[in-house]
Design a protein around this ligand. Structure first.
Ligand SMILES: Nc1nc2c(c(=O)[nH]1)N[C@H]1C(S)=C(S)[C@@H](COP(=O)(O)O)O[C@H]1N2
Ligand SMILES: [Mo]
Length: 356
């Protein structure tokens, strides 16, 4: 049933190209924007885009409650509106830079973006209900259906009840001041700031309170850090500290080699981390010599931080790298940590450039 997974280095397989054609990344020059323009935000959709009509859409909430309830879009809009700028990153970002490559969506660096999400606090929705004290997790079901991790299922993920009640967790119906677009989960999606993207369930149709650990394929089959496929592993959750730069200079079309004229110019980039504590330092290295960069103030606790540094570029072949540290002292590793499915790669980016 599943495609052969034997392109672990070198050329990409037809299945990887098919996934890359469906799921676009954010070109790294878009790191210049505080908020990624709609249409340039990266996309990761596992199955087919479901067809939902905002007028007839209803969110069912059931499980361990006094009684099941239904929210229409208008019911959600009647609750207090909140807006938050949040950086989302796909847990598989950087997967294709790891040798041996896992056969999945072959992201290099571009599965990260920032949007301004508007909607309601999940805690305001759940606060309208009487959840049984025995409930430990809240499960979010999307309308999309498919087969992955050896199971057929509707895309679904859970959060602990205590995490679901955190004020930053949202049900969003707008992105960058526009109604959510179909590709980002219209009419309503979950946004879990600080966690890798898989937690932010799109095309939300059902919420269920349960008293056990949710064991759906997107919860326990995939999105688990494992050294070897047979390991029990640990769950992929918070985004690891990371930074990327706008590749400086100009590219050649096909090979994406970079060129620049000698002289002074600014290198800019973004850094982010998942725990809401913020970025404390971003360094840039030119040919192995590290320098501190200047940091701007981010839009929110969960939005990326802009950094910049002026380079006096001398003629020759150079390699630039950037490395972020968060306020908890977490630092990006120079080399990606090994993970069987290529999750959580926050290894330092390296950009080669020819200065003339
Ligand atoms: N229903 C549903 N929700 C989903 C997904 C999906 O395939 N189906 N993909 C998840 C993953 S892996 C990521 S990284 C984010 C991507 O959100 P975006 O496409 O809006 O950028 O959505 C998450 N939510
Ligand atoms: Mo993802």
């Amino acid at each position: 049933m599943s495609a052969v997974r034997d392109h672990t280095r070198g050329d990409f397989s037809r299945a990887e190209v098919t996934l890359a054609n469906r799921n676009s990344g954010m070109p790294l020059e878009m790191l210049r924007y505080d908020v990624t323009p709609v249409g340039m935000h990266y996309l990761l959709t596992h199955f087919d885009y479901p067809y939902l009509d905002a007028d007839t859409w209803a969110l069912e909430i059931g499980g361990l409650l006094n009684k099941p309830v239904e929210f229409k879009l208008a019911d959600l809009k009647a609750l207090p509106q909140v807006t938050q700028t949040v950086t989302l990153e796909c847990a598989g970002n950087g997967r294709a830079n790891i040798d041996r490559r896992y056969q999945s969506m072959p992201w290099q660096n571009e599965a990260v973006s920032t949007a301004k999400w508007t909607g309601v606090r999940l805690s305001d929705v759940l606060g309208k209900l009487v959840i049984d004290p025995s409930a430990t997790e809240i499960v979010f079901y999307g309308a999309d259906h498919g087969e992955d991790s050896n199971g057929e299922h509707d895309f679904a993920r859970s959060l602990s009840v205590s995490h679901a009640m955190q004020t930053e967790v949202m049900l969003a119906y707008e992105m960058n001041d526009l109604p959510l677009l179909p590709q980002h989960g219209a009419p309503v999606r979950v946004v879990v700031p600080g966690w890798y993207g898989m937690a932010s369930v799109k095309w939300l149709t059902r919420i269920e309170a349960i008293d056990c650990a949710f064991d759906g394929p997107q919860q326990v089959g995939t999105y688990v850090y494992r050294e070897k496929p047979e390991d029990i592993g640990t769950f992929v959750q918070e985004i690891r500290v990371k930074s990327l730069m706008v590749p400086p200079g100009f590219p050649d079309f096909y090979a994406r080699k970079r060129f620049a004229e000698a002289g002074q110019f600014e290198i800019v980039g973004r850094a982010w981390t998942g725990n809401g504590v913020g970025i404390s330092r971003v360094e840039i290295s030119v040919d192995g010599v590290w320098h501190d960069t200047a940091l701007a103030v981010p839009d929110s606790r969960y939005a990326w931080t802009r950094w910049h540094w002026t380079w006096d570029a001398k003629p020759g072949e150079h390699v630039l790298q950037c490395r972020a540290t968060d306020a908890n002292g977490q630092v990006q590793p120079l080399e990606a940590r090994w993970d069987n499915q290529g999750f959580g790669n926050n290894g330092v980016q390296a950009v080669a450039i020819s200065v003339r």
